[in-house]
Design a protein around this ligand. Structure first.
Ligand code: G4P
Length: 530
C-alpha cells in the first residue's frame, strides 16, 4: 500500500449536527481534549475563563474583526487523523450548513436528552439521509433530568425514520445518573465527577454480574436496568455494521459532554464504526480514494472577504483522492484551465495554519481570486472528470429586493450576483410580470442582514428589502412544463431562476399538495440542480 493510501485510510471526516444548545460545541471540545489538541477543556470554554469554544469561529473571528465562519478542526487520536466539520447553527444557520454535510463521510447527531429531536436536527438530518451517510447519535446532558430512554429512541425512529441501536444504556438521569451500561461488554461505566469536565477523568468500569454493582448503583436501579435491557434486547434492532454504513441504522450513545462522561467511549466506538474517506460520484463514474492515485477535490464553500481591504475569498475544498502539496498546479475543470493553489490553510484547534500537504479526506481552504464556484472540481488526473454537483437547498425566507438609487443598477446586479455565487443567497426573477425586481431567497434569516450590509459596504449600494410571505420553494423536475398552463393555488407564486428555469413559491405545504393534485404528472423537488 502506498504512503498516500495509508494516510487516506487514517482519515475520518465527519460533521457534527445538532439543534442549538444541545451541546455540539462542548462535545467537539471534549474530542479535542482527548486528541491532545488542547490541554484543558475549561481553558477554551467556560464562564471562569470567559473564553470562547474553539469551534465557535464566528465569535472568535468577530473578536478579531474579520467575519468568517471557518469550518474544520483536525486532530489525531489513536492512529486516526480526524477532521471535524463544524456546522454553524444558531441564527447564522445558512445554506453553508447544509453544504458542509456534502463534504463529510458521516455525521454525529447531538441530541439534548431532555428535549429529543428538535427542528434544526431534523433539517440537517434530511441532508444526511439524502446522501446515505452513516449517522451516529450522542444523547447528551444525561446529568440533567432526561426523557425516558425508550421514548427518546422512539422519537428518533419516528421523527427521522431511521432505526436505532443503543450501544450503551443510561442508568438514571439528572441527580440519579449513575452511568451507562455497555451492552456488548456487559459492563457498567460509573459516572464520576471530572471537575466539571475539565479533566479527562478516570472512568470506573465494573462487570454487570459483579455483586458490587448492587451497592454501586443501588438495587432498585439495578433491577430497573435489567428490566429495560431485557425489553430492549427483545424489541430493538440489533447492531448491523452494513446498515450503519448505508445510513439506515444509527448507533446511539448516552453521555454528558459537560461532565466529560461517555465521551471517550463514544469516540472510540465511533472511530471503529465510521468510515475512512468514501468514493464519490463523478461524470466518469465513481472515484475511489483507495485506487485513484491523483489529487482531486471539490469546492463546497466559498468565504468572502477574509480581508476587507482586498476583497479576497477563500475556497474550502474537500480532498477526495490523492495528495495535496502546497503551491501545486491543478486543473480546474469548470474553469477549463490550470491553476496554482496558493496559501493552503487548515485549522488546528483555534489556530489557522498554513499547510504543506494534505490527503484525501482532508479539508483545505485556498486563496480564491474569484474563479471558483461551489461544486467545482480540481484534479491532477489526466483523465479529467467532474464530481457530481452540490444541490441547491431550499431557501425558507424570501424578500423582494431593489436598489434605492436607480442609477446604481449595475453595481447592484454585480453585488447580488457575486454574493449569490458564493452561495450565501439565491436569486430569482419575477415570472412574466415585467418587473425588474429581484427576489432573494435565504435559508437563515440572518442572511438578509448580511446581504444588506455587504451591498452597502462592499458595493456602495443601498437596498430596500420587502419580505414576502412564502416559506416553501419547489424546483420543477419535469423538463417540458408550460408555466402558463400550470394551475396552482391563489397564494402560489411563479418565478424563475437566472437560468430561466421555472420555480414555484408556496405559503404552506397545503398549497404544494393542492398544486400537485391539480397538475397530473407534475414533479416538484426540494433540492435544485446546480
Ligand atoms: P451547541 O454548540 O450545541 O449550541 O451547545 P453548547 O456546547 O454551546 O452547549 C449549550 C449549553 O449546554 C452550554 O451551557 C453547555 O455548557 C451546556 N451543556 C453542554 N453539554 C452539557 C451536558 O452534558 N450537561 C449539562 N448539564 N450541560 C451541558 P451555557 O450555560 O449555555 O453555556 P456556558 O456558559 O456553559 O458556556
Amino acid at each position: 500500500m502506498s504512503n498516500i493510501t495509508e494516510e487516506i485510510k487514517k482519515r475520518r471526516t465527519f460533521a457534527i449536527i445538532s439543534h442549538p444548545d444541545a451541546g455540539k460545541t462542548t462535545l467537539t471540545e471534549k474530542f479535542l481534549l482527548y486528541g491532545g489538541a488542547i490541554n484543558q477543556a475549561g481553558s477554551v470554554k467556560g464562564k471562569a475563563t470567559a473564553k470562547h469554544a474553539v469551534s465557535d469561529w464566528m465569535e472568535i473571528e468577530k473578536e478579531r474583526g474579520i467575519s468568517v465562519t471557518s469550518s474544520v478542526l483536525q486532530f489525531n487520536y489513536d492512529d486516526k487523523c480526524i477532521n471535524i466539520l463544524d456546522t454553524p447553527g444558531h441564527q447564522d444557520f445558512s445554506e453553508d450548513t447544509y453544504r458542509t454535510l456534502m463534504a463529510a463521510d458521516s455525521a454525529v447527531m447531538v441530541i439534548d436528552a431532555s428535549k429529543g429531536v428538535e427542528a434544526q436536527t431534523r433539517k440537517l438530518f434530511k441532508v444526511c439521509v439524502m446522501r446515505h451517510i452513516p449517522i451516529f447519535t450522542f444523547i447528551n446532558k444525561m446529568d440533567r433530568e432526561a426523557r425516558d430512554t425508550f421514548e427518546l429512541l422512539d422519537d428518533i425512529e419516528k421523527e427521522l425514520g431511521i432505526a436505532t441501536c443503543p450501544i450503551n444504556w443510561p442508568i438514571g438521569s439528572g441527580k440519579d445518573f449513575r452511568g451507562v451500561y455497555d451492552r456488548q461488554k456487559q459492563e457498567v461505566e460509573l459516572f464520576s465527577d471530572t471537575h466539571k469536565g475539565t479533566t479527562q477523568g478516570e472512568v470506573k468500569k465494573v462487570d454487570v454480574h459483579n455483586p458490587e454493582i448492587d451497592w454501586l448503583i443501588g438495587t432498585e436501579r439495578k433491577s430497573a436496568l435489567e428490566e429495560e435491557i431485557e425489553l430492549q434486547d427483545g424489541a430493538g434492532a440489533e447492531f448491523d455494521q452494513e446498515m450503519v454504513d448505508r445510513g439506515e441504522l444509527s448507533p446511539v450513545f448516552f453521555g454528558s459532554a459537560l461532565t466529560n462522561f461517555g465521551v471517550e467511549t463514544f469516540l472510540q466506538h465511533f472511530l471503529k464504526m465510521t468510515t475512512s474517506p468514501l468514493p464519490r460520484n463523478s461524470d466518469k463514474g465513481e472515484i475511489d480514494p483507495m485506487s485513484e492515485p491523483d489529487f482531486s477535490a471539490f469546492v463546497f464553500k466559498i468565504q468572502a472577504n477574509m480581508n476587507k481591504a482586498h476583497r479576497d475569498r477563500i475556497a474550502f475544498m474537500r480532498i477526495c483522492s490523492g495528495e495535496f502539496k502546497a503551491g501545486m498546479n491543478v486543473y480546474h475543470v469548470q474553469g477549463g484551465k490550470e491553476v496554482r493553489l496558493s496559501q493552503p490553510q487548515q485549522m488546528m484547534a483555534s489556530e489557522r495554519k498554513i499547510i504543506d500537504e494534505a490527503y484525501g479526506g482532508d479539508i483545505i481552504g485556498v486563496f480564491d481570486p474569484g474563479i471558483f464556484a461551489i461544486g467545482d472540481t480540481l484534479t491532477t488526473s489526466k483523465e479529467r472528470f467532474a464530481y457530481e454537483g452540490i444541490p441547491t437547498f431550499a431557501p425558507e425566507h424570501f424578500a423582494r429586493v431593489r436598489q434605492v438609487d436607480t442609477m446604481k443598477r449595475k453595481q447592484f446586479m454585480k453585488g447580488v450576483n457575486q454574493i449569490a455565487q458564493e452561495g450565501a443567497i439565491q436569486i430569482f426573477q419575477e415570472y412574466n410580470t415585467g418587473m425588474e425586481e429581484i427576489i432573494v431567497g435565504v435559508v437563515g434569516v440572518l442572511q438578509f442582514d448580511v446581504l444588506k450590509y455587504r451591498l452597502e459596504n462592499e458595493y456602495n449600494v443601498e437596498i430596500r428589502l420587502d419580505s414576502l410571505p412564502y416559506e416553501h420553494i419547489r424546483w420543477i423536475e419535469n423538463e417540458d412544463v408550460d408555466l402558463d398552463k400550470l394551475i396552482g393555488t391563489s397564494d402560489m407564486k411563479k418565478i424563475k431562476d437566472l437560468k430561466e428555469r421555472p420555480l414555484l413559491l408556496f405559503v404552506n405545504s397545503w398549497s404544494i399538495k393542492m398544486t400537485l393534485d391539480r397538475n397530473e404528472g407534475l414533479e416538484l423537488s426540494e433540492f435544485g440542480r446546480s
